[in-house]
Design a protein around this ligand. Structure first.
Ligand code: ADP
Ligand code: MG
Length: 376
């Protein structure tokens, strides 16, 4: 008999402006040969759901629901247009926004955020769009002057480091009387065009990747945070000022670091990664369920994002997952972090591809199975 279990349903939070939208993106299989032998351990069911085999019981499948599910065919353009572009106009109204990529190392976070020359990701597309929006506003001749600047930082071992001025030490995070989060001493580079952004950002991001191979894949063990600030000042009285902040975050790998040999520096790194990702999950949970204190202060990452995650901010988390068997447990953990709800369906996992319409139909039929609720 089929047993269905619904866990952590946050539908009640959907009216709150502070909800964090959660998308899941499955990257394509990387080793075609391996795909033929082992097959993918996860597959899409429709535009909001996917399934993986239940490791506790191989006759069962686990089905998960999200705000959006992006299958392996999804293009960079689609991710941007559907998840990121719609939140950008709020920046010009003095509101904040945050896009972050979550998931195990190798699952596609950097591809989603940065992408490649041929397939640019969220970061270049978003910055280009912010410039476009500001130009449109300027052409319409409103009474405001606009400036755009960027900062680029990294949180590594609970230290805040300026990637545009690499010699600086751990920076402090402060809050002003209006509850805005500030980092005194952080470099802000003023940008006059998208090309200008490219000139400043690409060398800084390359620096980070090159250093990573020398320093124990540092890029997978630190959070890279790009901040784009749109400042508006009114030309006429009362000369009001508004600032909209956009955070674009490539998080540290969410893999369970306890499984890899961990000593000394690595152990310290793992503790810091676990602390910030664990706190982030608590923050997202408490924002989306609308209950409990939001524990922003428990890690540097969430403290830094405090004014841009929840409240009047617009946030989206893109959870990246990989289809290969070796990622199974990390995928499982990442999905549990991201899921709005989970169903356990009593049927073996079928290793085949199904067109999204057909799979959507099947998923709907399966919702009709007996359901019982289980605490998480
Ligand atoms: P992460 O940053 O999470 O460690 P990467 O973004 O570096 O992962 O992705 C790992 C590999 O998979 C890279 O070679 C990347 O180009 C490739 N990749 C990831 N996502 C996709 C995708 N959607 N389409 C094609 N290749 C992808
Ligand atoms: Mg990466």
């Amino acid at each position: 008999m089929a047993q269905c279990v619904a866990v952590s349903d946050v539908a009640g939070g959907s009216k709150r402006t502070s909800r964090v939208r959660v998308a899941v993106r499955l990257r394509p299989y990387m080793e075609k040969q391996d795909e033929k032998v082992a097959g993918a351990c996860v597959r899409g069911l429709g535009p909001k759901s996917l399934e993986i085999i239940n490791w506790r019981n191989s006759t069962e499948t686990l089905q998960y629901q999200f705000d959006v599910f992006y299958g392996e065919q999804t293009t960079q353009q689609e991710v941007f247009l559907t998840s990121v572009k719609p939140i950008l106009p709020h920046l010009l109204n003095g509101q904040n926004a945050c896009v972050f990529a979550y998931g195990p190392t190798g699952a596609g976070k950097t591809h989603t955020m940065l992408g490649t020359q041929e397939e640019p990701g969220v970061i270049p597309r978003a910055v280009r769009e912010v410039f476009r929006l500001v130009r449109v506003q300027e052409k319409e001749g409103d009474d405001w002057d606009y400036t755009i600047d960027m900062s680029y930082l990294e949180i590594y071992n609970e230290k805040v480091l300026d990637l545009l001025s690499p010699s600086t030490q751990d920076l402090h995070i402060r809050e002003d009387k209006d509850r805005n989060i500030l980092i005194p001493g952080l470099t802000h580079t003023s940008l006059s065009s998208f090309l200008d952004f490219h000139t400043h950002f690409i060398p800084a991001s390359l620096n980070r990747t090159t250093a990573s191979t020398k320093l124990n894949q540092r890029s997978s063990r630190s959070h890279a945070i790009l901040l784009i600030k749109v400042q508006k000042s009114q030309r006429i009285r009362p000369h009001r000022q508004q600032t909209g902040k956009l955070y674009l975050v490539d998080l540290a790998g969410s893999e369970d670091n306890r499984r890899t040999g961990n000593q000394g520096l690595r152990l310290k790194e793992s503790g810091a990664i676990n602390l910030s990702l664990f706190t982030l999950s608590k923050v997202v949970d408490s924002l989306n369920s609308g209950v409990g204190r939001v524990p922003y202060r428990d890690s540097k990452l969430t403290r830094l994002l405090q004014d841009s995650l929840g409240g009047s901010a617009h946030s989206i988390m893109i959870t990246n997952i990989a289809p290969e068997q070796k990622y199974y447990f990390d995928t499982f953990t990442a999905l549990n972090f991201a899921a709005k709800s989970k169903l356990i369906v009593n049927k073996p996992f079928v290793r085949e591809t199904v067109s999204s319409t057909e799979s959507g139909k099947r998923a709907r039929q399966e919702q009709g199975y007996d359901a019982a609720t289980e605490p998480q």
